[in-house]
Design a binder for this molecule. Structure first.
Ligand SMILES: Cc1cc2nc3c(=O)[nH]c(=O)nc-3n(C[C@H](O)[C@H](O)[C@H](O)COP(=O)(O)OP(=O)(O)OC[C@H]3O[C@@H](n4cnc5c(N)ncnc54)[C@H](O)[C@@H]3O)c2cc1C
Length: 404
């Protein structure tokens, strides 16, 4: 007879693997599946914010991640007219006071192994094709593996499938057309001027968007560019590859990449950031990480949200399994907890992005930030997703921007 797991999790990225770890650690019977063989690459900037590092600490992985990756102590932000604004990573509560850049090929495998070490069962090369339903309830997934079709049954099913929406489309789980940004990146060895600061570049890129240089060692970096489109705006004609090429052709970047070697191909991938309007749960099924549209619509960071949403889901599922709660009630409670945690910040970030991302305004803000340390710290906290920009940007700061 087909076993009924406590939880089946589809997708072994940061959201799925960390959730599998949290639940297995509580003694739950968890099956984690992924369509790709691991270790696998995931197109990303590879930057782990202090918030992401805080959850990795809870998972018992902070020291290993910090040892394997490149430790970053500050941020250089370049305004649209090329002026640098630099600041160290500010202290904020008990968040680590640094960033780590670690290629996803390594990070995701560390997370997956940590889930296995906690007792989660795992199968790769298994692709979920649709959900299994019993009336209004979702009771597992239909999948395929090399050995043939499979039915995986569970009390609770979780989709942690990232920006790929094929399964959600097939299973009719989308509330509306999802909203995507686009980005591309490449690894460069021998890049000039790599330091222990990451770089965000607002010059030579379409706005809202940015180019980045995220060091992975003293000589190598993940270099990329990405852009977002607001709902209702026409999509950009340029491909992510063209946007990256334009960014790399600006005089500052062209000098730096001239003598560098590219390691591997340029890769592009979408970023889904429609969390405020996305459906987050159905009776028997929860969505976490980027599958719930959880990517910062200003910075493109999604690993921190993936890990944090796994914490929210772990709490909801553990409580549900303990009390044998009805799937309808679990879906409602999880949705409420996710909205309470992320909704307001997302809506403000979208408003700030749509209002402030104009070259002249960003240039003025950059000049003001170079003169005022508290404003610099606010900008860095916004870049890191540490603060809700609506709360962080005070009327005094707006006056300073106006003065330029
Ligand atoms: C170019 C680029 C740069 C980025 N830079 C950063 C950055 O520097 N920092 C940051 O925090 N975020 C960054 N992001 C965002 C970040 O990569 C994602 O938000 C993050 O990976 C989301 O994690 P996740 O676990 O939700 O999904 P993913 O990491 O995408 O994992 C989803 C997993 O699900 C599996 N899967 C999908 N469908 C199925 C299926 N039907 N059956 C079985 N398995 C399935 C996939 O194989 C995959 O392993 C970037 C994104 C892009 C595109």
């Amino acid at each position: 007879m087909t076993p009924i797991h406590d939880v089946v999790i589809v997708g072994a990225g940061p959201a799925g693997s960390s959730l599998a770890h949290f639940l297995a650690r509580q003694g739950r019977d968890v099956l984690l599946i992924d369509k790709s063989p691991f270790p696998r690459d995931k197109t990303c900037g590879d930057g782990l914010t202090p918030r992401a590092l805080a959850v990795l600490r809870t998972l018992g992985l902070l020291d290993r991640v910090a040892a394997a990756g490149c430790r970053i102590n500050g941020i250089h932000l370049f305004t649209p007219d090329g002026l640098p604004v630099s600041a160290p990573i500010p202290s904020r509560g008990d968040l680590p006071r640094f960033i780590v850049v670690l290629p996803r090929y390594q990070l995701d495998d560390l997370l997956r192994r940590q889930a296995l070490a906690a007792g989660a069962a795992y199968r790769d090369r298994v692709e979920a094709l649709d959900v299994l339903r019993d009336g209004d309830r979702i009771v597992g997934v239909q999948a395929r593996s090399a050995a043939g079709p499979l039915e995986l049954r569970a009390r609770h099913t979780v989709l942690a499938t990232g920006a790929s929406v094929a399964l959600q489309e097939r299973a009719k789980l989308l509330a509306g057309p999802p909203l995507f940004g686009r980005a591309a990146r490449a690894y460069y060895e021998g890049l000039g001027q790599v330091s222990d600061y990451i770089e965000f570049h607002l010059e030579s890129v379409p706005l809202p968007g940015y180019g980045w240089v995220f060091p992975i060692s003293a000589r190598a970096a993940n270099v990329g560019a990405g852009y977002f489109v607001s709902r209702g705006q026409p999509p950009l004609r340029n491909s992510p590859r063209q946007v990256l090429d334009t960014f790399l052709a600006n005089p500052l970047m062209a000098r730096r990449v001239a003598r560098a070697t590219m390691n591997g191909p340029v890769k592009g991938y979408p970023l889904r950031f429609d969390f405020p309007t996305a459906r987050l749960a159905f009776p028997g099924l929860l969505l976490v990480g980027e599958a719930a549209g959880l990517v910062n619509p200003l910075t493109g960071e999604g690993i921190d949200y993936a890990l944090e949403s796994a914490e929210v889901a772990a709490e909801a599922l553990d409580e549900a399994l303990q009390r044998g709660a009805a799937p309808e009630a679990v879906a409602a409670r999880f949705t409420a907890a996710m909205r309470a945690r992320f909704q307001r910040a997302f809506l403000t970030i979208c408003r700030v992005r749509d209002f402030y991302f104009r070259p002249w305004l960003l240039n003025r803000a950059g000049r003001a930030a170079r003169r005022h340390a508290d404003f610099r710290t606010t900008l860095v906290n916004v870049c890191l997703g540490n603060i809700d920009p609506g709360q962080g940007i005070s009327p005094k700061m707006l006056l300073r921007i106006a003065v330029g």
